[in-house]
Design a protein around this ligand. Sequence first.
Ligand SMILES: Nc1ncnc2c1ncn2[C@@H]1O[C@H](COP(=O)(O)OP(=O)(O)OP(=O)(O)O)[C@@H](O)[C@H]1O
Ligand SMILES: [Mg+2]
Length: 250
Amino acid sequence: MLSARGLTKRFGGVVVAQDLDIDIAAGEVVALIGPNGAGKTTLFNMLTGFTRPDRGTISFAGRSIEGLASHKRARLGLARTWQRPRLFESLTLLDNLIIAEREYPGERLRSLLLRPAQTLQAEARAAVQARVLLERVGLAERADALATALSYGQQKLVGLARALMNDGRCILLDEPMAGVEGRTVEAMKTVIREEARAGKAICIVEHNIGFIRDICDRAVFMFNGRIVAVGAIEELLADKRLTALYFGAH
Ligand SMILES: Nc1ncnc2c1ncn2[C@@H]1O[C@H](COP(=O)(O)OP(=O)(O)OP(=O)(O)O)[C@@H](O)[C@H]1O
Ligand SMILES: [Mg+2]
């Protein structure tokens, strides 16, 4: 579903991503692990179009996307969440979800002028979908609350729901469990499992090893801007060389 070859990125003189190859197939859940600063978020940013790689190719569902803007990749069905929730604080949960579909400036005005009926219909559909997703993450009763009224973990759940709004075929989750506690833990796990069962291609950056064991099929290990191991979760976790890299760098 999503496949990248040779992704390389320098910031200033520093190479933060070196020749990265990654493949994520439909229906599988891949863990992207490695210590802080390894380049995991940078890889997500390159895949989703928020950072332009210096070199490398990316294909999504059989087409080349490395030149596409991030909102166009999202529209094709490549969704992501952020390490921090990044919600619109002055909007309700419902509106945070509804606008996830059209974050490109000026787009709503243009489509309202050109196709008013279709635009309003699409917005009504988005509102229905937003309510369904809030139900799935267990926040239906808070639909009209402001994003700031939620706990950090609940905000991460809304971030996940936002990513699911365009019903994408591939979802990249950047530390979905960080800061998530209590009842929100199970809600997060359940929704991610449901998405995997529905055949989505999923890649998850996460430091929570229990969660990775629970949810992921295989792992890609990054260190210092490079992919240094790919394999079964237990195999990687049992590799003393990798645990030394992981914990030595913390
Ligand atoms: N916009 C930027 N400009 C300069 N350096 C950057 C930029 N973005 C990331 N970096 C650097 O690239 C390296 C990789 O960062 P990245 O955020 O991808 O790591 P990570 O694996 O996601 O770490 P963490 O687990 O802490 O989130 C770090 O050294 C970081 O400081
Ligand atoms: Mg990161």
